[in-house]
Ligand binder design. Sequence first.
Ligand code: SF4
Length: 291
Amino acid sequence: MKIVIARSGGFCWGVKRAVNMAIEATKEKGIVYSLGELIHNPQEIKRLENLGIKKINSVDEIIPETTVIIRSHGVPPKTIKALKEKNVKIIDATCPFVKAIQDKAVSLEKEHFPVCILGNSKHPEVIGIAGHVRDPFILETKEDVEKIPEMPKLGVVCQTTLNSEFLSLATSILVHKIKEIKIYNTICKATKVRQEEARKLAQEVDLMIIIGGKNSSNTTKLYLISKKVNKNSYHIESADEIKEEWFDNIKSVGITAGASTPQWIIEEVVGRVETISKRGQAVERGFCKTT
Ligand code: SF4
C-alpha cells in the first residue's frame, strides 16, 4: 500500500509564529492568557495548556496586569481598547496577512467603498476584520451574494481560508450588480497551496485522510474539497479515530492536514495508517509531488 503525504499539510507560518510567541512569553511570564483558543486544535491546546497558555473566552474574564496574547486571527479595535483598559501586557500574534486585510478594509472605507467580506461571519478572523469598518456586508453563501442589491461601489476582501471556487463564483455574480468594484483576493497562499494539493492528491489516491480540529475552518474546507473528488475522504482529529475497515481493498492513501494541525499529530496518524496497512502488504511512504 502506498501512503502519500501532502507536503503543505500542518502548521502554516502564521500559526507557527503565534504558538512560538506564546511559548516564548510563558518563559518570562509563567502564565499567558489567550483570548479564545490560540489555535483550532483541541489536542494541541491541551499540550499548550500544560506549558502555561490558558484560554479565556472574553475580555471580562481577564485579570488586570497579566499577559494576553492575541491569536493569529486578530481582533476588532474595540477589543484592543478593552484590553488596554485592563492594563494587561498585550502580545499581538495577529498574522501579518490578516493584518493586511484589516488595513485593506479600512482603506476601502476611506475611499468611500462599502466593504464586503467573503467568509464565515462567525469566524474570529472575519469578526476581527469586520470590526475595523462600519457595517460591512459579510457573504458566506451563493444566496448571500445573490441578495446583495445593485449599488454604485463595493470593495471586496476575503477571509484568508476562503475556498477559491467561492471567490470566483461570488465575483462572477457581483460584477453584474456593482458599477465600480474593487476585489482583493486576500486568500492566503498557505491556504491556496493546501487546497490545490488536497484536490490533486484526492484525485490520485483511493482514500484521503484530512487531519485537524473539527472546529478548524481551513481543515473543514480541505475535507470538503477532498470529498468532492474522492468520496473515501475522512476528517479526523487524531489517530484513534481511524477505523481498520476503511482500508479494505485500498491501495493508496493520501494524508493532509489543516494549518493548525501540529506535526506530532500528523506523525501519529501516519504511524497508525502504516500499522494498519502492514497487514500482509508492503508499505511505501512518500510525499506528494504537486508542490
Ligand atoms: S493561514 Fe495564512 S493568514 Fe492564516 S495564519 Fe496561516 S499564514 Fe496567516
